[in-house]
Design a protein around this ligand. Structure first.
Ligand code: NAD
Length: 502
Protein backbone atom coordinates (compact mmCIF):
# COMPACT_ATOMS: atom_id res chain seq x y z
CA UNK A 1 0.00 0.00 0.00
CA UNK A 2 1.28 3.50 -0.73
CA UNK A 3 2.27 5.78 2.13
CA UNK A 4 -0.51 8.14 1.10
CA UNK A 5 -3.22 5.51 1.44
CA UNK A 6 -1.71 4.23 4.70
CA UNK A 7 -1.87 7.72 6.19
CA UNK A 8 -5.48 8.02 4.99
CA UNK A 9 -6.39 4.65 6.51
CA UNK A 10 -4.74 5.43 9.85
CA UNK A 11 -6.03 9.02 10.18
CA UNK A 12 -8.54 9.45 12.96
CA UNK A 13 -7.99 5.97 14.38
CA UNK A 14 -6.75 4.59 17.66
CA UNK A 15 -5.51 1.05 18.30
CA UNK A 16 -7.98 -0.79 20.49
CA UNK A 17 -7.99 -4.51 21.32
CA UNK A 18 -5.88 -5.45 18.32
CA UNK A 19 -7.48 -3.33 15.61
CA UNK A 20 -7.59 0.24 14.37
CA UNK A 21 -10.91 1.82 15.29
CA UNK A 22 -12.25 5.14 14.05
CA UNK A 23 -12.41 7.57 16.95
CA UNK A 24 -15.58 9.57 17.62
CA UNK A 25 -13.37 12.38 18.88
CA UNK A 26 -12.61 15.51 16.83
CA UNK A 27 -9.91 15.53 14.12
CA UNK A 28 -7.81 17.65 16.43
CA UNK A 29 -4.38 17.68 14.74
CA UNK A 30 -3.52 18.08 11.07
CA UNK A 31 -0.46 16.11 9.97
CA UNK A 32 1.84 17.84 7.48
CA UNK A 33 4.87 16.32 5.76
CA UNK A 34 7.66 18.46 7.28
CA UNK A 35 9.64 18.38 4.01
CA UNK A 36 6.85 19.69 1.81
CA UNK A 37 4.28 21.18 4.17
CA UNK A 38 1.63 19.04 2.40
CA UNK A 39 -1.24 17.79 4.53
CA UNK A 40 -1.03 13.99 4.73
CA UNK A 41 -3.61 13.12 7.37
CA UNK A 42 -4.99 13.94 10.77
CA UNK A 43 -4.93 12.69 14.35
CA UNK A 44 -8.04 12.36 16.50
CA UNK A 45 -8.37 13.46 20.09
CA UNK A 46 -9.77 10.21 21.50
CA UNK A 47 -12.83 10.63 23.69
CA UNK A 48 -12.65 9.91 27.42
CA UNK A 49 -15.01 6.94 26.93
CA UNK A 50 -12.80 5.44 24.21
CA UNK A 51 -9.72 5.75 26.40
CA UNK A 52 -11.55 4.15 29.29
CA UNK A 53 -12.53 1.24 27.06
CA UNK A 54 -8.85 0.82 26.17
CA UNK A 55 -7.93 0.62 29.86
CA UNK A 56 -10.57 -2.07 30.46
CA UNK A 57 -9.30 -4.18 27.55
CA UNK A 58 -5.73 -3.79 28.86
CA UNK A 59 -6.71 -5.15 32.25
CA UNK A 60 -8.23 -8.30 30.79
CA UNK A 61 -5.28 -8.91 28.44
CA UNK A 62 -2.72 -8.37 31.19
CA UNK A 63 -4.16 -11.18 33.30
CA UNK A 64 -3.97 -13.60 30.37
CA UNK A 65 -0.39 -12.50 29.55
CA UNK A 66 0.90 -12.79 33.10
CA UNK A 67 -0.55 -16.28 33.40
CA UNK A 68 1.82 -17.40 30.60
CA UNK A 69 5.40 -18.57 31.14
CA UNK A 70 8.32 -16.20 30.84
CA UNK A 71 9.59 -18.35 27.97
CA UNK A 72 6.32 -17.86 26.09
CA UNK A 73 6.51 -14.09 26.54
CA UNK A 74 10.08 -14.14 25.20
CA UNK A 75 9.11 -16.16 22.14
CA UNK A 76 6.21 -13.86 21.30
CA UNK A 77 8.37 -10.75 21.65
CA UNK A 78 11.04 -12.23 19.36
CA UNK A 79 8.31 -12.81 16.79
CA UNK A 80 7.22 -9.16 17.09
CA UNK A 81 10.84 -8.10 16.51
CA UNK A 82 11.07 -10.31 13.41
CA UNK A 83 7.91 -8.76 11.93
CA UNK A 84 9.13 -5.23 12.54
CA UNK A 85 12.44 -6.09 10.88
CA UNK A 86 10.66 -7.57 7.87
CA UNK A 87 8.68 -4.32 7.44
CA UNK A 88 11.66 -2.03 8.01
CA UNK A 89 11.43 -0.12 4.72
CA UNK A 90 7.73 0.69 4.96
CA UNK A 91 8.01 1.75 8.62
CA UNK A 92 11.03 3.93 7.84
CA UNK A 93 9.29 5.64 4.93
CA UNK A 94 6.21 6.48 7.02
CA UNK A 95 8.39 7.89 9.79
CA UNK A 96 10.33 10.09 7.38
CA UNK A 97 7.16 11.36 5.76
CA UNK A 98 5.49 12.17 9.07
CA UNK A 99 8.41 13.41 11.16
CA UNK A 100 11.04 14.55 8.64
CA UNK A 101 14.21 12.69 9.66
CA UNK A 102 16.19 11.17 6.79
CA UNK A 103 15.34 7.70 5.54
CA UNK A 104 18.72 6.44 6.84
CA UNK A 105 17.91 7.77 10.31
CA UNK A 106 14.40 6.27 10.17
CA UNK A 107 15.77 2.88 9.07
CA UNK A 108 18.36 2.95 11.86
CA UNK A 109 15.56 3.70 14.29
CA UNK A 110 13.63 0.63 13.15
CA UNK A 111 16.79 -1.48 13.59
CA UNK A 112 17.35 -0.16 17.12
CA UNK A 113 13.70 -0.95 17.93
CA UNK A 114 14.27 -4.55 16.87
CA UNK A 115 17.41 -5.02 18.97
CA UNK A 116 15.71 -3.50 22.02
CA UNK A 117 12.78 -5.92 21.76
CA UNK A 118 15.10 -8.92 21.29
CA UNK A 119 17.23 -7.80 24.25
CA UNK A 120 14.26 -7.48 26.60
CA UNK A 121 12.71 -10.73 25.34
CA UNK A 122 15.77 -12.47 26.80
CA UNK A 123 16.49 -10.57 29.99
CA UNK A 124 12.81 -10.67 30.89
CA UNK A 125 13.18 -14.38 31.61
CA UNK A 126 16.68 -14.20 32.99
CA UNK A 127 16.12 -13.21 36.58
CA UNK A 128 12.85 -12.71 38.41
CA UNK A 129 14.08 -11.98 41.91
CA UNK A 130 16.81 -13.40 44.10
CA UNK A 131 17.33 -15.47 47.21
CA UNK A 132 18.79 -13.67 50.21
CA UNK A 133 20.49 -15.01 53.31
CA UNK A 134 17.70 -15.73 55.84
CA UNK A 135 17.58 -13.73 59.08
CA UNK A 136 16.34 -16.89 60.87
CA UNK A 137 18.00 -20.28 60.41
CA UNK A 138 16.01 -22.76 58.34
CA UNK A 139 13.84 -20.17 56.59
CA UNK A 140 13.83 -19.19 52.92
CA UNK A 141 13.94 -15.45 52.20
CA UNK A 142 13.68 -14.23 48.63
CA UNK A 143 12.28 -11.59 46.33
CA UNK A 144 10.01 -12.01 43.33
CA UNK A 145 9.34 -9.53 40.53
CA UNK A 146 5.76 -8.79 39.58
CA UNK A 147 4.17 -6.62 36.89
CA UNK A 148 2.64 -3.32 37.83
CA UNK A 149 -0.50 -3.90 35.73
CA UNK A 150 -1.13 -1.39 32.96
CA UNK A 151 1.81 0.81 32.01
CA UNK A 152 0.99 4.15 30.35
CA UNK A 153 3.73 5.29 27.99
CA UNK A 154 3.74 8.93 26.85
CA UNK A 155 6.15 9.72 24.03
CA UNK A 156 7.72 12.74 22.30
CA UNK A 157 7.98 13.22 18.54
CA UNK A 158 11.70 12.78 17.93
CA UNK A 159 12.14 8.98 18.21
CA UNK A 160 8.64 7.50 18.12
CA UNK A 161 9.58 3.88 17.37
CA UNK A 162 12.70 3.31 19.39
CA UNK A 163 11.57 5.07 22.56
CA UNK A 164 8.34 3.13 22.36
CA UNK A 165 10.32 -0.13 22.17
CA UNK A 166 12.80 0.76 24.93
CA UNK A 167 9.85 1.15 27.29
CA UNK A 168 7.13 -1.12 25.92
CA UNK A 169 9.44 -4.12 25.45
CA UNK A 170 10.55 -3.87 29.08
CA UNK A 171 6.98 -3.39 30.27
CA UNK A 172 5.66 -6.34 28.25
CA UNK A 173 8.31 -8.88 29.24
CA UNK A 174 7.74 -7.80 32.84
CA UNK A 175 4.12 -8.95 32.39
CA UNK A 176 2.35 -5.62 31.97
CA UNK A 177 -0.21 -4.37 29.48
CA UNK A 178 0.82 -1.19 27.65
CA UNK A 179 -1.18 1.85 26.57
CA UNK A 180 0.87 4.19 24.39
CA UNK A 181 0.11 7.87 23.87
CA UNK A 182 2.40 9.01 21.04
CA UNK A 183 3.13 12.60 20.19
CA UNK A 184 0.40 14.18 18.10
CA UNK A 185 3.19 14.77 15.50
CA UNK A 186 4.09 11.08 15.09
CA UNK A 187 0.83 9.26 15.81
CA UNK A 188 0.16 7.85 12.34
CA UNK A 189 3.45 5.96 12.02
CA UNK A 190 3.02 4.75 15.61
CA UNK A 191 -0.45 3.44 14.77
CA UNK A 192 1.10 1.52 11.88
CA UNK A 193 3.81 0.15 14.21
CA UNK A 194 1.12 -1.28 16.50
CA UNK A 195 0.12 -3.82 13.85
CA UNK A 196 3.30 -5.82 14.37
CA UNK A 197 2.37 -6.67 17.95
CA UNK A 198 -0.50 -8.83 16.70
CA UNK A 199 0.84 -12.04 18.29
CA UNK A 200 0.16 -10.57 21.72
CA UNK A 201 -3.22 -11.04 23.40
CA UNK A 202 -5.68 -8.49 21.99
CA UNK A 203 -5.63 -5.42 24.20
CA UNK A 204 -2.16 -6.02 25.62
CA UNK A 205 -0.57 -3.36 23.41
CA UNK A 206 -2.83 -0.43 22.56
CA UNK A 207 -2.45 3.13 21.35
CA UNK A 208 -4.60 6.14 22.14
CA UNK A 209 -4.20 9.41 20.27
CA UNK A 210 -4.62 13.05 21.19
CA UNK A 211 -2.74 15.79 22.99
CA UNK A 212 -2.64 16.94 26.59
CA UNK A 213 -6.17 15.70 27.43
CA UNK A 214 -5.43 12.12 26.39
CA UNK A 215 -2.07 12.25 28.20
CA UNK A 216 -3.70 13.58 31.36
CA UNK A 217 -6.33 10.87 31.37
CA UNK A 218 -3.63 8.23 30.99
CA UNK A 219 -1.73 9.65 33.95
CA UNK A 220 -4.68 10.34 36.24
CA UNK A 221 -6.89 7.33 35.67
CA UNK A 222 -7.01 4.81 38.52
CA UNK A 223 -6.98 2.19 35.75
CA UNK A 224 -3.29 2.78 34.90
CA UNK A 225 -0.68 1.55 37.33
CA UNK A 226 2.55 3.27 36.26
CA UNK A 227 3.62 5.99 33.86
CA UNK A 228 6.71 6.20 31.69
CA UNK A 229 7.00 9.72 30.33
CA UNK A 230 9.47 11.09 27.78
CA UNK A 231 9.20 14.71 26.69
CA UNK A 232 9.77 18.29 27.77
CA UNK A 233 10.34 19.58 31.31
CA UNK A 234 7.01 21.45 31.74
CA UNK A 235 4.99 18.41 30.61
CA UNK A 236 7.14 16.12 32.75
CA UNK A 237 6.41 18.32 35.74
CA UNK A 238 2.66 18.14 35.10
CA UNK A 239 2.92 14.34 34.85
CA UNK A 240 4.87 14.04 38.12
CA UNK A 241 2.35 16.26 39.94
CA UNK A 242 -0.57 14.17 38.70
CA UNK A 243 1.20 10.94 39.68
CA UNK A 244 1.86 12.37 43.15
CA UNK A 245 -1.90 12.41 43.87
CA UNK A 246 -1.98 8.62 44.06
CA UNK A 247 1.76 7.91 44.46
CA UNK A 248 1.62 6.30 41.02
CA UNK A 249 5.08 5.01 40.09
CA UNK A 250 6.62 6.99 37.25
CA UNK A 251 9.75 7.11 35.15
CA UNK A 252 10.60 10.54 33.75
CA UNK A 253 12.93 11.20 30.81
CA UNK A 254 13.04 14.88 29.92
CA UNK A 255 15.21 17.44 28.18
CA UNK A 256 18.98 17.53 27.80
CA UNK A 257 21.54 20.28 27.38
CA UNK A 258 24.57 18.08 26.84
CA UNK A 259 28.12 19.46 26.93
CA UNK A 260 30.71 18.36 24.35
CA UNK A 261 34.30 19.01 25.44
CA UNK A 262 37.24 19.00 23.01
CA UNK A 263 40.76 18.83 24.43
CA UNK A 264 44.10 19.38 22.62
CA UNK A 265 45.07 15.68 22.60
CA UNK A 266 42.01 14.77 20.51
CA UNK A 267 42.21 13.89 16.83
CA UNK A 268 40.54 17.10 15.75
CA UNK A 269 39.31 15.87 12.39
CA UNK A 270 37.45 13.02 14.07
CA UNK A 271 36.28 15.23 16.94
CA UNK A 272 34.83 17.69 14.42
CA UNK A 273 32.99 14.90 12.58
CA UNK A 274 31.74 13.60 15.92
CA UNK A 275 30.58 17.07 16.95
CA UNK A 276 28.79 17.64 13.64
CA UNK A 277 26.96 14.33 14.07
CA UNK A 278 26.14 15.03 17.72
CA UNK A 279 24.81 18.52 16.96
CA UNK A 280 22.98 17.91 13.68
CA UNK A 281 21.65 14.33 13.86
CA UNK A 282 17.88 14.44 13.35
CA UNK A 283 18.24 18.22 12.77
CA UNK A 284 19.41 18.58 16.36
CA UNK A 285 16.17 17.12 17.72
CA UNK A 286 17.83 14.57 19.99
CA UNK A 287 17.64 14.76 23.78
CA UNK A 288 21.37 13.94 23.91
CA UNK A 289 22.39 16.39 21.15
CA UNK A 290 25.63 18.29 21.69
CA UNK A 291 24.16 21.59 22.84
CA UNK A 292 27.23 23.25 24.40
CA UNK A 293 30.61 22.74 22.76
CA UNK A 294 33.50 23.65 25.07
CA UNK A 295 36.77 23.79 23.13
CA UNK A 296 40.23 24.27 24.61
CA UNK A 297 41.78 27.58 23.52
CA UNK A 298 44.93 25.92 22.11
CA UNK A 299 42.94 24.14 19.39
CA UNK A 300 39.87 26.38 19.23
CA UNK A 301 40.47 28.01 15.84
CA UNK A 302 41.51 24.82 14.12
CA UNK A 303 38.51 22.93 15.54
CA UNK A 304 36.12 25.70 14.49
CA UNK A 305 37.34 25.62 10.91
CA UNK A 306 37.05 21.82 10.80
CA UNK A 307 33.53 21.86 12.26
CA UNK A 308 32.45 24.61 9.85
CA UNK A 309 33.67 22.54 6.95
CA UNK A 310 31.77 19.50 8.28
CA UNK A 311 28.60 21.59 8.72
CA UNK A 312 28.87 23.02 5.21
CA UNK A 313 29.18 19.50 3.82
CA UNK A 314 25.85 18.39 5.29
CA UNK A 315 23.23 18.00 2.56
CA UNK A 316 19.92 19.40 3.79
CA UNK A 317 16.67 18.44 2.12
CA UNK A 318 13.81 15.98 1.88
CA UNK A 319 14.68 12.92 3.96
CA UNK A 320 13.49 10.63 1.17
CA UNK A 321 16.18 11.98 -1.17
CA UNK A 322 19.96 11.68 -0.89
CA UNK A 323 20.41 14.05 2.03
CA UNK A 324 22.08 14.00 5.46
CA UNK A 325 19.71 16.25 7.36
CA UNK A 326 15.95 16.60 7.03
CA UNK A 327 13.61 19.38 8.17
CA UNK A 328 12.51 20.12 11.70
CA UNK A 329 9.28 18.43 12.69
CA UNK A 330 6.93 21.40 12.27
CA UNK A 331 6.65 25.16 11.97
CA UNK A 332 6.15 25.66 15.70
CA UNK A 333 9.44 23.90 16.48
CA UNK A 334 11.26 25.81 13.71
CA UNK A 335 9.95 29.15 15.04
CA UNK A 336 10.89 28.24 18.61
CA UNK A 337 14.41 27.25 17.59
CA UNK A 338 14.90 30.35 15.43
CA UNK A 339 14.06 32.58 18.41
CA UNK A 340 16.78 30.85 20.47
CA UNK A 341 19.26 31.39 17.63
CA UNK A 342 18.29 35.05 17.22
CA UNK A 343 18.72 35.64 20.94
CA UNK A 344 22.24 34.11 20.87
CA UNK A 345 23.22 36.40 17.99
CA UNK A 346 21.72 39.38 19.82
CA UNK A 347 23.86 38.45 22.85
CA UNK A 348 27.05 38.47 20.76
CA UNK A 349 27.42 35.01 19.19
CA UNK A 350 29.11 35.03 15.78
CA UNK A 351 27.59 32.93 12.98
CA UNK A 352 30.44 30.98 11.35
CA UNK A 353 28.10 29.15 8.97
CA UNK A 354 24.37 28.62 8.53
CA UNK A 355 22.08 30.75 10.67
CA UNK A 356 19.09 30.76 8.35
CA UNK A 357 16.84 28.63 6.20
CA UNK A 358 18.49 26.85 3.26
CA UNK A 359 17.86 28.53 -0.08
CA UNK A 360 15.50 26.73 -2.42
CA UNK A 361 13.75 24.89 0.40
CA UNK A 362 10.97 27.30 1.26
CA UNK A 363 8.15 24.77 1.42
CA UNK A 364 9.04 22.62 4.45
CA UNK A 365 10.44 23.43 7.87
CA UNK A 366 14.16 23.42 7.09
CA UNK A 367 16.99 25.11 8.98
CA UNK A 368 20.66 25.28 8.08
CA UNK A 369 23.30 23.50 10.17
CA UNK A 370 24.71 26.41 12.15
CA UNK A 371 28.02 26.91 13.96
CA UNK A 372 28.29 29.76 16.46
CA UNK A 373 31.50 31.07 18.04
CA UNK A 374 32.15 33.77 20.62
CA UNK A 375 29.55 32.08 22.79
CA UNK A 376 30.10 32.99 26.42
CA UNK A 377 29.15 30.90 29.43
CA UNK A 378 26.37 33.21 30.59
CA UNK A 379 24.49 33.34 27.27
CA UNK A 380 20.95 31.98 27.23
CA UNK A 381 21.65 29.46 24.46
CA UNK A 382 23.90 27.48 26.80
CA UNK A 383 21.29 27.30 29.57
CA UNK A 384 18.23 25.87 27.83
CA UNK A 385 17.64 23.16 25.30
CA UNK A 386 17.88 24.53 21.72
CA UNK A 387 16.64 21.24 20.14
CA UNK A 388 17.64 22.45 16.69
CA UNK A 389 20.64 22.24 14.32
CA UNK A 390 23.05 24.57 16.10
CA UNK A 391 26.53 24.00 17.51
CA UNK A 392 27.40 26.84 19.90
CA UNK A 393 31.15 26.93 20.69
CA UNK A 394 32.50 28.34 23.92
CA UNK A 395 36.29 28.70 24.34
CA UNK A 396 37.81 27.36 27.60
CA UNK A 397 41.34 27.50 29.00
CA UNK A 398 41.45 24.20 30.92
CA UNK A 399 39.65 20.94 31.65
CA UNK A 400 38.78 22.35 35.09
CA UNK A 401 36.93 25.21 33.43
CA UNK A 402 35.23 22.88 30.94
CA UNK A 403 33.97 20.54 33.69
CA UNK A 404 32.86 23.41 35.87
CA UNK A 405 30.87 24.93 32.97
CA UNK A 406 29.50 21.51 32.01
CA UNK A 407 28.12 21.19 35.52
CA UNK A 408 26.71 24.72 35.55
CA UNK A 409 23.40 23.52 34.15
CA UNK A 410 19.92 22.67 35.37
CA UNK A 411 20.13 19.57 33.17
CA UNK A 412 22.11 16.36 33.55
CA UNK A 413 21.36 13.90 30.77
CA UNK A 414 24.62 13.09 28.94
CA UNK A 415 28.08 14.54 28.28
CA UNK A 416 30.79 14.03 25.66
CA UNK A 417 34.52 14.53 25.73
CA UNK A 418 37.12 14.13 22.99
CA UNK A 419 40.55 13.44 24.42
CA UNK A 420 43.30 10.82 24.11
CA UNK A 421 44.46 11.41 27.69
CA UNK A 422 43.29 8.78 30.14
CA UNK A 423 43.41 11.16 33.11
CA UNK A 424 41.10 13.62 31.34
CA UNK A 425 38.73 10.86 30.29
CA UNK A 426 38.56 9.54 33.84
CA UNK A 427 37.91 12.99 35.27
CA UNK A 428 35.07 13.58 32.82
CA UNK A 429 33.49 10.23 33.71
CA UNK A 430 33.79 10.85 37.43
CA UNK A 431 33.08 14.57 37.72
CA UNK A 432 30.41 15.56 35.18
CA UNK A 433 26.98 15.43 36.84
CA UNK A 434 25.03 13.46 34.25
CA UNK A 435 23.56 10.02 33.66
CA UNK A 436 25.84 9.09 30.72
CA UNK A 437 29.34 10.08 29.60
CA UNK A 438 30.75 9.36 26.15
CA UNK A 439 34.52 9.51 25.63
CA UNK A 440 35.31 9.76 21.90
CA UNK A 441 31.99 7.98 21.20
CA UNK A 442 29.22 10.59 21.00
CA UNK A 443 25.55 9.67 21.50
CA UNK A 444 26.00 5.92 21.39
CA UNK A 445 23.27 3.79 22.98
CA UNK A 446 23.44 0.19 24.15
CA UNK A 447 20.27 -1.80 24.88
CA UNK A 448 22.11 -3.43 27.78
CA UNK A 449 23.16 -0.15 29.43
CA UNK A 450 20.88 2.18 31.43
CA UNK A 451 19.79 5.40 29.71
CA UNK A 452 18.59 8.41 31.71
CA UNK A 453 19.53 11.61 33.43
CA UNK A 454 19.82 13.64 36.60
CA UNK A 455 18.53 17.05 37.68
CA UNK A 456 15.83 18.42 35.31
CA UNK A 457 16.66 15.70 32.77
CA UNK A 458 14.56 13.26 34.74
CA UNK A 459 14.56 10.37 37.11
CA UNK A 460 14.60 6.62 36.63
CA UNK A 461 16.20 4.64 33.83
CA UNK A 462 15.22 2.91 30.62
CA UNK A 463 17.26 0.13 28.97
CA UNK A 464 19.49 -2.36 30.73
CA UNK A 465 18.34 -4.36 33.74
CA UNK A 466 17.55 -1.03 35.43
CA UNK A 467 15.02 -0.32 32.66
CA UNK A 468 13.29 -3.63 33.28
CA UNK A 469 12.91 -2.87 36.97
CA UNK A 470 11.20 0.43 36.11
CA UNK A 471 8.21 -1.73 35.13
CA UNK A 472 8.28 -4.30 37.94
CA UNK A 473 7.36 -4.40 41.60
CA UNK A 474 9.80 -6.14 43.89
CA UNK A 475 8.08 -8.27 46.53
CA UNK A 476 9.89 -9.74 49.53
CA UNK A 477 8.82 -13.21 50.72
CA UNK A 478 9.88 -15.12 53.87
CA UNK A 479 8.98 -18.75 54.43
CA UNK A 480 9.40 -20.84 57.56
CA UNK A 481 8.81 -24.37 56.24
CA UNK A 482 8.36 -25.76 59.78
CA UNK A 483 6.17 -22.99 61.18
CA UNK A 484 8.38 -22.76 64.29
CA UNK A 485 7.46 -20.44 67.17
CA UNK A 486 9.59 -17.27 67.12
CA UNK A 487 10.26 -17.18 70.84
CA UNK A 488 13.20 -14.80 70.45
CA UNK A 489 10.78 -11.89 69.81
CA UNK A 490 7.15 -13.02 70.38
CA UNK A 491 4.92 -12.61 73.42
CA UNK A 492 5.20 -13.25 76.28
CA UNK A 493 8.37 -11.19 76.79
CA UNK A 494 10.80 -12.65 79.30
CA UNK A 495 11.13 -10.79 82.59
CA UNK A 496 14.89 -11.02 82.18
CA UNK A 497 14.61 -8.78 79.10
CA UNK A 498 12.56 -6.02 80.77
CA UNK A 499 14.05 -2.74 82.02
CA UNK A 500 16.08 -3.32 85.18
CA UNK A 501 15.82 -0.38 87.61
CA UNK A 502 18.62 0.03 90.18
P1 NAD B 1 6.22 17.44 24.91
O1 NAD B 1 6.49 17.57 26.36
O2 NAD B 1 5.61 18.60 24.19
O3 NAD B 1 5.23 16.21 24.63
C1 NAD B 1 5.54 14.92 25.08
C2 NAD B 1 4.27 14.11 25.16
O4 NAD B 1 3.47 14.56 26.25
C3 NAD B 1 3.37 14.21 23.92
O5 NAD B 1 2.87 12.93 23.64
C4 NAD B 1 2.27 15.14 24.38
O6 NAD B 1 1.06 15.00 23.68
C5 NAD B 1 2.11 14.72 25.83
N1 NAD B 1 1.48 15.71 26.72
C6 NAD B 1 1.34 17.04 26.53
N2 NAD B 1 0.75 17.60 27.60
C7 NAD B 1 0.53 16.61 28.49
C8 NAD B 1 -0.04 16.56 29.80
N3 NAD B 1 -0.48 17.65 30.42
N4 NAD B 1 -0.09 15.36 30.43
C9 NAD B 1 0.39 14.23 29.84
N5 NAD B 1 0.92 14.23 28.59
C10 NAD B 1 0.99 15.40 27.94
O7 NAD B 1 7.60 17.00 24.24
P2 NAD B 1 7.99 16.94 22.70
O8 NAD B 1 8.10 18.33 22.16
O9 NAD B 1 7.13 15.97 21.98
O10 NAD B 1 9.44 16.27 22.80
C11 NAD B 1 10.63 16.96 22.87
C12 NAD B 1 11.23 16.86 24.25
O11 NAD B 1 11.41 15.50 24.61
C13 NAD B 1 12.62 17.48 24.31
O12 NAD B 1 12.71 18.29 25.45
C14 NAD B 1 13.55 16.28 24.42
O13 NAD B 1 14.77 16.55 25.06
C15 NAD B 1 12.70 15.33 25.20
N6 NAD B 1 13.20 13.96 25.03
C16 NAD B 1 13.83 13.36 26.09
C17 NAD B 1 14.35 12.08 25.96
C18 NAD B 1 15.05 11.40 27.11
O14 NAD B 1 15.23 10.19 27.05
N7 NAD B 1 15.46 12.11 28.14
C19 NAD B 1 14.22 11.40 24.74
C20 NAD B 1 13.58 12.05 23.69
C21 NAD B 1 13.07 13.33 23.84
Amino acid sequence: MSAKSEFERLSGTFFFAGTHQKSNGPAAFKVNDPATGDEIGFVAECTAAEIDQVFDAAKVAQKEWWAESALHRAEVLHEVARKIKANRLELAELLTREMGKTFKESSDEVDWSVTAIDYYAEIGRHENGHVIGPAVAGQLHFTIKQPMGTAGIILPFNFPYVLLCWEAAAALVAGNAVVVKPSEHTSLCTLKFMEYFDDLPKGLMQCITGGAAAGQQLVSSPKTDMIAFTGSVPTGRAVVKACAESFKPHMIETSGNDPFIVMPSADLQIAARGAAFAAFLNAGQVCTSAERIYVHEDIHDEFVSLLVSEAKGIRVGNGLEKNDMGPMVNKRELDRYEKILARAIEQGAVVECGGGRPSGLDKGFFAEPTVLTNVRAEMDILHGESFGPVAPICKVSSLDEAISLANDSDFGLGANIYTMRLDEAMRAVNEIEVGMVWVNAPLLDNDAGPFGGRKLSGSGRQLGREGLDSFRHTKLAMIDPDSNPHDFWWFPYKDSESFQSN
